[in-house]
Write a protein that binds this ligand. Sequence first.
Ligand SMILES: [Zn+2]
Length: 189
Amino acid sequence: MNKYHILVNKDNPISMDYYNKEKLIKVKNVDNEVVLIDKKTYRYYLKLKKELKKSNIIIAISSAFRTIEHQEELYNEFLLKYGSDLTQKIVALPKTSEHHTGLAIDIVLKSMNYDIDYNTIFENEGEYLKIYKILPKYGFILRYPKNKEQITKYNYEPWHIRFVGKKLARKLFDNNITLEEYYQNELLK
Ligand SMILES: [Zn+2]
C-alpha cells in the first residue's frame, strides 16, 4: 500500500510498524518550536504556502507529527479540564490520532493571529475556504470537512489538512468524499 494513503481514525489505530518506520524531518512551527513532519508532506506544504502567499493568505504550521506519548498527555490534560464527553469529541485517543502519521498538519492563519480560537474561527473562515479549494493541487485534503461529521466522527476542522498525494487528493475532492468513504467504496479505487 502507498504509505501516503494510510487510514488512521478512531476505528483504525496506527500500527507500530508504520509508526516506527516513519522518516521525519525537523522544521519550525509558528511558535518557533521544533516539530517533526514527513519530508514529502513538508515539501508540498511549502508549495501550497507559496501559492497562497500570492493571494496574500499567509499560513503557518501549528502542529504536525505527534508522538503517542504526547497524545496521551494531551488527552489527559483535556480530560481534567473538560471532562470525558467533550474530550472524546475534540481529542483523539493515543494511537488513533492522524498526527501520528506525520502526514497531517494543523495550519494557522496570519489573519487570525496564528491562533485556532474555537469561539470565533467558524465566523471568519473565508480564508480557510479558499485554501480548501487548492489543496488537491498539492496533494492535500481537508480531513474533517463540514457535513461529514457522522463519517469521520470528528467535528468540522478547517485547519487540519492531510497529505495523501495528488492523485488521491484530486479523486477525493472531485467526488466530495472523505478517506473513510474511499475505503468503503471499492469502485473508486
Ligand atoms: Zn489536527
